[in-house]
Design a protein around this ligand. Structure first.
Ligand SMILES: [Zn+2]
Length: 130
C-alpha cells in the first residue's frame, strides 16, 4: 500500500512531490483541454514553486513519449496473446482510441513523474520558504 513519503504516492495522487499534501492541478481529471492543463503555480501547503524554470515541463514530453510507447507495446502484446493473426487496422484503431481516452491521464502523469524526478519528499515540510 502506498503511503506518504513514497514517490509513487505523490505521482499517482498528483500531489506536491515535496510535502505530498498540496495538489499539482487545479481540477480533477477531465476531458476539457483547458482544465487538463491548469496547474497551480505553487504548492498550497509548502509553497514549492512547481515550474522551477521557464519551460520546465517541456521535459515531461519525454516521459509522455515513454508512457505512450508503453501503451502501444501493451496493446501489441494484448493483440498477440488474444489472436495469432493481427489485423493492423484494428490494432491501429484500438491503440489510437486508447490513446485518446487516456490522454488526460498520460498528460498529468507525465508532469507528475517529471517533477517527482527533481524534487524529493521532505517530511513535515510546511514552512512557506520558496
Ligand atoms: Zn508541497
Amino acid at each position: 500500500m502506498l503511503k506518504k513519503g513514497d514517490k509513487l504516492y505523490s505521482i499517482l495522487h498528483f500531489n506536491c512531490p515535496r510535502c505530498h499534501e498540496g495538489k499539482l492541478f487545479k481540477s480533477g481529471l477531465s476531458y476539457r483541454f483547458s482544465k487538463i492543463t491548469q496547474m497551480h503555480s505553487h504548492c498550497s501547503h509548502c509553497n514549492l514553486k512547481f515550474e522551477k524554470e521557464p519551460g520546465f515541463f517541456y521535459g515531461a514530453m519525454y516521459v509522455s513519449y515513454g508512457l505512450t510507447v508503453a501503451l502501444w507495446i501493451t496493446v501489441a502484446v494484448a493483440f498477440y496473446v488474444l489472436s495469432e493473426k493481427i489485423n493492423p487496422w484494428l490494432f491501429m484503431l484500438t491503440g489510437s482510441l486508447l490513446l485518446i481516452i487516456l490522454l488526460p491521464g498520460i498528460y498529468r502523469l507525465s508532469r507528475a513523474i517529471w517533477i517527482a524526478m527533481f524534487v524529493n519528499y521532505e517530511k513535515g515540510k510546511e514552512i512557506k520558504d520558496d
